[in-house]
Design a protein around this ligand. Structure first.
Ligand code: DGY
Length: 337
């Protein structure tokens, strides 16, 4: 083709280029299909998490990134990413793995997926309460190992959940959904503490807000964590807090591992400062403190809070809504920075 020839017809008529979205993990099939309908998608063909070099390479070449909780988007990665990517449409509600200040400074919008995983996470918190108090893991392990020799009246006696006092740390969407289940389904008394300074009862519920965390710790049979991980909630529950709890109380964590000082938790269990724990999250996932693994009075789950088929599809579609709004020139509905 000579220098003065017009470009080929196919080039002149081609559709406008679609934005390139980098996806860091395999997602439920309906989500991947919906993403491909709207965008060019670049993503992994394995189930493992990207290492930091792979994450940075993806970040450099895409117009928006759809990361998950396993992608560490810290100031160094964001600083090295270059100018192209302008949106992190996170797949999940927690954004503690993203340095929000660095993203904001770099002109990157961060969004999350609230609401769509509230019920699933609240259900899982109730499941952990039941599993811990009623010794479900211990019983299950005995049956599978052939150690069950039949029913008898004093076997695996747990404790009743119904009617107990539940202390909720962090009264956001998920904390409220847990309170609703605990009150309405299990006749529990519900206390709540959060960083905002409110106290008294919550309108339309029987939740009693306390002004000091210690009040909640001293009065609760079950303490359930539902606050986000931010600098002020890191190790919010440590040795002094375990010392305030009742000796027969249990701790439930479906929020973020580092809210609890895991070494202090192990010590509290070993010294019978508290009676048990039900955990879905850990300080250094996927590593689990060795002092937890061998304990019968601890229930350990692999970060399953939002892990339902319905929830994970809804999370993906919610991230897609944010991407679509952003590339249509609108403010994404779930902007967090
Ligand atoms: C969330 O939504 O934050 C879940 O923990 C999964 O990331």
């Amino acid at each position: 083709m000579g220098a003065t020839d017009p470009p080929p017809v196919t080039d002149r008529m081609s559709a406008p280029k679609r934005p390139l979205v980098g996806v860091t993990r395999r997602l439920p099939e309906p989500v991947e299909a919906a993403l491909r309908e709207r965008f060019e998608v670049r993503g992994p063909d394995t189930q493992r998490a990207l290492d930091s070099g792979e994450l940075l390479a993806l970040l450099k070449e895409c117009d928006a990134l759809l990361p998950t909780v396993t992608d560490r988007l810290d100031a160094a990665v964001i600083g090295a990413a270059g100018p192209r990517c302008r949106l992190f449409a996170n797949f999940g509600v927690g954004v503690n793995h993203i340095d929000l200040a660095a993203a904001t400074n770099a002109g990157i919008i961060v969004t999350n997926t609230p609401d769509v995983l509230t019920d699933d996470t609240a259900d899982l918190a109730m499941a952990l309460m039941l599993a811990t108090l009623r010794r479900l893991g211990e019983g299950e392990r005995a049956v599978r190992a052939g150690r069950w020799d039949g029913w008898h009246p004093t076997q695996f006696l747990g404790r009743r959940l119904t009617g107990k006092t539940l202390g909720i740390v962090g009264l956001g969407r998920i904390g409220r959904a847990v309170a609703k289940r605990a009150e309405g389904g299990f006749g529990m008394k519900v206390l709540a503490w959060s960083r905002s300074k409110r106290r008294g009862s919550e309108a339309g519920t029987r939740i009693e807000r306390v002004s000091k965390l210690d009040q909640l710790l001293e009065a609760s049979d079950i303490v359930s964590i539902h606050c986000p991980l931010v600098p002020t909630t890191r190790h919010l529950i440590g040795r002094p807090q375990f010392a305030r709890m009742k000796a027969d109380a249990v701790l439930i964590n479906t929020a973020r591992g580092p809210v609890v000082d895991e070494a202090a938790l192990v010590e509290a269990l070993e010294t019978e400062m508290i009676a048990g724990a039900g955990l879905d999250v850990y300080e250094d996932e996927p590593r689990v403190h060795p002092g937890l693994v061998g304990r019968e009075n601890v229930v350990l789950l692999p970060h399953l809070g939002s892990a339902t088929q319905e929830g994970r599809v809804a999370m993906g579609l919610r991230a897609l809504d944010n991407l679509v709004a952003h590339f249509a020139g609108q403010e994404p509905p779930d902007k967090v920075n």
